[in-house]
Design a protein around this ligand. Structure first.
Ligand SMILES: [Zn+2]
Length: 171
């Protein structure tokens, strides 16, 4: 099932999501599958559950956009446990369509997370994968990438979105 992506302005995007305590349930497995399907349909490389209106600590990532199924990652209750270096590149978000801004983030990031069966794993990613780990973990804490840009640029984006909302082009 393909979910509609929730856009900036919806409160669920700015709330801390709830931890997952039950693993391997049919509901959880179906949700993870649906999140991949929804992410690929939206041509994203990552999707967090709040972006489909579900306030739970689940995110999916595939930096190959579906070209290499072995690169699919499920992050349940993820935490950033190490980060180093810096990288700057343009970042976007499915919940803020059409906008992109340069964001400086750590270049190398290690996460600790759980799989859908509850198994705990650690993984280190660099460059785009490091950026995805940070962006998706941020989502689960109610933080959007525009928190990492200058207040001036953030206000400009907010003003543009308000105009789109008034024109009923943002819902
Ligand atoms: Zn996002």
């Amino acid at each position: 099932m393909i979910y509609t992506i929730v856009k900036y302005g919806q409160p669920v995007l700015e709330k801390k999501a709830a931890s997952i305590t039950e693993f391997n349930t049919p509901e959880l497995l179906a949700l993870v599958d649906d999140m991949f399907e929804s992410m690929y349909a939206a041509k994203g490389v990552g999707l967090a559950a709040p972006q489909i209106g579900i306030g739970k600590r689940i995110a999916v990532i595939d930096v190959t956009s579906g070209e290499d199924p072995s690169q699919r990652l499920v992050l349940i209750n993820p935490e950033i446990i190490a980060k180093e270096g810096a990288q700057t590149s343009e970042e976007g978000c499915l919940s803020l369509p059409t906008f992109r801004e340069p964001v400086t983030r750590p270049q190398k990031v290690t996460i600790r997370a759980q799989k859908a069966d509850g198994e705990v794993y650690e993984m280190t990613g660099e460059d785009l994968l490091a950026r995805a780990f940070l962006h998706e973990t941020d989502h689960l804490n109610g933080t959007l990438y525009i928190s990492h840009i200058s207040p001036l640029k953030r206000d400009l984006i907010r003003r543009k979105i308000r105009k789109l909302q008034k024109a009923n082009e943002w819902s």
